[in-house]
Design a protein around this ligand. Structure first.
Ligand code: NAI
Ligand code: MG
Length: 350
């Protein structure tokens, strides 16, 4: 097999540190498993925006198209509005490359303190719809500056979009504990969410081996806090999934360990892997960022590229490093630096 090609976008702030760490871990595990990856790094970031007026070049998306996967750190920096960094880079990548699944696994690891009591067995995955729903560009503003000023934003739910995200969730559940929870609000939102419920129920009929519950988003948020270990796969629309996955990351103890994947499961386009956290300007440049979220994201990338044994190895190394107090970063109550954690992970994979 020829080398698989990875586009690397470290981005801003601690994005740069955690991607350096993920690259070191990838080098170690790929050497061990004789996997050939070829990297090309792009400096697309808020710094580039301040220098050249755009987060990425005009043909940036075409440049990415030929890669097998994209590994991203984080983008965002004080002085550049957050909607610029988001809509100038991340959202165009997700949409152009039909990355309709946003996958966020949540686990409470030994050695990581969840803010909740009785959360030791938490192990679930949030499957968020990533390219339609509430995050639509359809809408507008009218009567600017007048008392009647108004804003309208349409939610867009398509049969194709809901079906494929539901199918992804059911198929994922078949490889896990066989239980899907669908987030809804069909009692209050009377058009789109009853449609979501209908299509999810229709698709669920094809997976008789998977149990399904439908829960209103408000009650579901409460259950994430009260009974987080009951969940296996949670499927949700774009906005609901966004909120639930941050809540879930908090349940897991630190945003510094949370990974995510933006997937085109058809593999027609490159998928993108990134830690959930942002660029953390408050700790940037201090060498103390937790690299685990980025490393776990890199493991998800290995899995997506077909290297399951290598991904399992990275997860095992991570689990061991989190269990050891001497390799925990400050966000987990430890004193280890990013480089020390990386060194331990690389040593474990040698
Ligand atoms: P953030 O995730 O960067 O930081 C939130 C808090 O968590 C901070 O106190 C930070 O120090 C801490 N933290 C985050 N990651 C950590 C890690 N790996 N190790 C240790 N501590 C960590 O979120 P914030 O502050 O709201 O946003 C900062 C910038 O990042 C903004 O410009 C925002 O737009 C951007 N952002 C970008 C994202 C992306 O690229 N996907 C996602 C979230 C935010
Ligand atoms: Mg979010």
């Amino acid at each position: 097999m020829s080398a698989q090609r990875i586009a690397v976008i470290p981005g801003d702030g601690i994005g740069v540190d955690v991607i350096e760490s993920a690259r070191a871990v990838l080098d170690a595990v790929c050497a061990k498993h004789r996997i050939e990856l070829e990297y090309r790094e792009f400096d697309w970031s808020c710094q580039r925006y301040e220098r050249e007026g755009a987060m990425m070049p005009a043909d940036g998306l075409d440049m990415l198209r030929e890669f097998d996967a994209i590994l991203l750190g984080a983008v965002g920096w004080p002085g550049v509005p957050d909607h610029v960094s988001l809509w100038g880079l991340l959202i165009p990548i997700r949409r152009t490359f039909r990355q309709y699944v946003n996958l966020r696994p949540i686990r409470v690891f030994r050695g990581v303190q969840s803010p909740l009591r009785g959360a030791e067995d938490v192990d679930f995955v949030v499957v968020r719809e990533n390219i339609e729903g509430e995050y639509s560009e359809i809408g507008g503003r009218l009567n600017r500056g007048f008392p009647e000023e108004m804003a309208v934003q349409e939610s867009v739910f398509t049969r194709a979009g809901v079906s494929r995200i539901a199918d992804y969730a059911f198929e994922l559940a078949q490889t896990r504990r066989g239980y899907v929870t669908s987030a809804t609000k069909s009692n209050g939102i009377v058009h789109t969410l009853p449609f979501w419920d209908e299509v999810v129920a229709e698709r669920s009929a094809r997976y008789p081996d998977v149990r399904i519950d439908s829960e209103h988003i408000d009650a579901l948020a409460a259950k994430f806090v009260l009974q987080p270990s009951r969940f296996d796969v949670v499927v949700a629309s774009n906005l609901f999934g966004d909120i639930l996955s941050d809540l879930a990351a908090a349940v897991a103890g630190s945003i510094g360990i949370a990974p995510s994947a933006n997937l085109d499961p058809t593999k027609q386009y490159p998928s993108m892997f990134e830690p959930v956290h942002g660029s953390a300007p408050d700790i940037a440049g201090r060498g103390i960022a937790n690299p685990v979220g980025a490393v776990w994201s890199a493991a998800m990338m290995l899995s997506h590229l077909g290297h399951h044994a290598a991904a399992d190895d990275v997860l095992a190394a991570m689990t061991a490093s989190l269990a050891d107090p001497s390799t925990r970063t400050a966000d987990l109550g430890g004193t280890a630096s990013t480089a020390q954690v990386t060194g331990a992970l690389v040593a474990a994979l040698a």
